[in-house]
Write a protein that binds this ligand. Structure first.
Ligand SMILES: C[S@@+](CC[C@H](N)C(=O)[O-])C[C@H]1O[C@@H](n2cnc3c(N)ncnc32)[C@H](O)[C@@H]1O
Length: 408
């Protein structure tokens, strides 16, 4: 694998600072960053950093992966539980004041979504006890790959065990091709908006004011100058008496200088708003369909069917394969998608071959050429894109039908 020279490493730190605003002082983080970029250079088969940066400049997908490589996404369900407990107490205590309009929470730097969905599970619990209570959730992260994962809202089934049992009524375990995954109820999902932005310049609908902002385990990557900017951005986006919740290790030294007062561990209430641009406050759109009773898995199966439909070949295509040996080659760099497709196709009686990139696909195509009746192909793959690979096989006269899959 390629090793970046000290000068090249500096280039990477400089880019991380310029694009994300994060500092590279921590030695541990620096190593991760360099390793991630070295890995991308070798996965994309570029000879050096300069070739790789040219690719990043010319290929949108690689730009996304580059941002992902520059950021750290560790997260989990109900991380730092006291914040959730305090928020629940606050909601219950202030319910009469809160019920007059939807309560709006932002999860800033939400990573792959576990934080916002944990908040959603808590909000649904409160809503069951106070049916007049309503809420909206906004989740933001600079890493498009993490945001796309969060939007997909599918998590490995074994993670359910890390969620307190009191929330299980809003957890939906997948069936059939989704049996290895779970999601949260539609009530929660339909109240969330995801955005892909830098918290230093949060532009998300400026007319929306938040009641609570969770921004945890991200300020540690910033220098104080940028921390100040971010805190001020948040204060301007919070309601009067809104709450800013930071990670346990990110407590502010002099919160009063920002017009904040500590209320719980590393969480603050806005006691004095900064000079802000006065904008008419937005009336939030009603949720399209929000059944008040907890829904059953059955009610939610539409979503699963829709998802499955997006990645399922049409019945006519399947019927046209009836007389051929039933083998499908699935080419996709995401292990989750490969697993879902494998289950789906196997249910239809197909044998499934899996390839994570063009190279593996070529090997399988050579060894199983006579058996493969259909190819299911991801467009966005790291080394060679699905489109390039498809042109290559077509130019060799291979006419096997192809289903294109993309989450763009
Ligand atoms: C360690 S995770 C924290 C996730 C979650 N808040 C938690 O506490 O579990 C840090 C996240 O911050 C995001 N991030 C880093 N710099 C950012 C920026 N300038 N704007 C928005 N998100 C950023 C990263 O992409 C990453 O997903």
């Amino acid at each position: 694998m390629i090793q970046l020279s000290p000068a090249e490493q500096e280039t990477i730190y400089g880019l991380a600072e310029k694009i994300l605003g994060i500092s590279q002082k921590g030695k541990f983080r620096k190593n991760i960053l360099v390793r991630n970029i070295e890995l991308r250079i070798s996965q994309t088969k570029r000879k050096n950093l300069s070739e790789y940066l040219n690719l990043v400049n010319s290929d949108k997908m690689e730009y996304c992966r580059f941002i992902s490589a520059l950021t750290i996404h560790t997260t989990n369900w109900f991380r730092e539980p006291p914040h959730f407990m305090e928020l629940e107490k606050y909601l219950k205590k202030n319910m009469p004041k809160i019920m007059i309009r939807p309560f709006v929470i932002l999860s800033a730097a939400c990573s792959t979504g576990e934080e916002i969905f944990s908040l959603g599970l808590l909000m649904e619990k409160v809503r069951r006890e106070h049916p007049e209570f309503d809420y909206r959730l906004v989740a933001n992260d600079i890493d498009p790959v993490s945001v796309s994962h969060a939007k997909r809202s599918l998590y490995p089934k074994q993670e359910v065990a890390t969620i307190p049992k009191q929330y299980y009524s809003d957890i939906l375990i997948g069936k059939n091709q989704f049996e290895d995954f779970f999601t949260v109820s539609k009530n929660i999902r339909e109240r969330i908006t995801f955005t892909n932005e830098n918290i230093l310049h949060l532009n998300f609908d400026a007319t929306v004011k938040f009641d609570v902002i969770f921004c945890r385990n991200v300020l540690i990557y910033f220098e104080y100058e940028n921390i100040k900017k971010i805190i001020n951005v948040f204060i301007n986006r919070l309601q009067p008496n809104g709450i800013l919740c930071l990670g346990h290790s990110e407590a502010l030294n002099a919160p009063e200088t920002f017009g904040l007062k500590i209320i719980w561990n590393s969480s603050y209430i806005v006691v004095k708003n900064h000079a802000e641009t006065k904008l008419p406050e937005k009336k939030l759109n009603p949720v399209t369909s929000a059944p008040s009773s907890p829904e059953s898995y059955r009610e939610d199966s539409n979503k699963y069917e829709t998802l499955a439909h997006e990645i399922t070949p049409s019945p006519t295509m399947l019927a046209s394969l009836e007389n051929k040996p039933k083998t499908i080659l699935v080419v996709d760099d995401s292990i989750t998608v490969r697993k879902v497709l494998q289950k789906l196709y196997e249910q239809h009686g197909f044998k499934v071959l899996l390839a994570q990139d063009a190279k593996q696909a070529n090997n399988l195509l050579t060894t199983h050429f006579k058996d493969i009746s259909l190819i299911s192909l991801d467009l966005h793959m790291p080394e060679m894109s699905g489109q390039e690979w498809l042109s290559q096989i077509r130019s060799k006269g291979i006419t096997i039908p192809v289903i294109i899959i993309t989450d763009a």
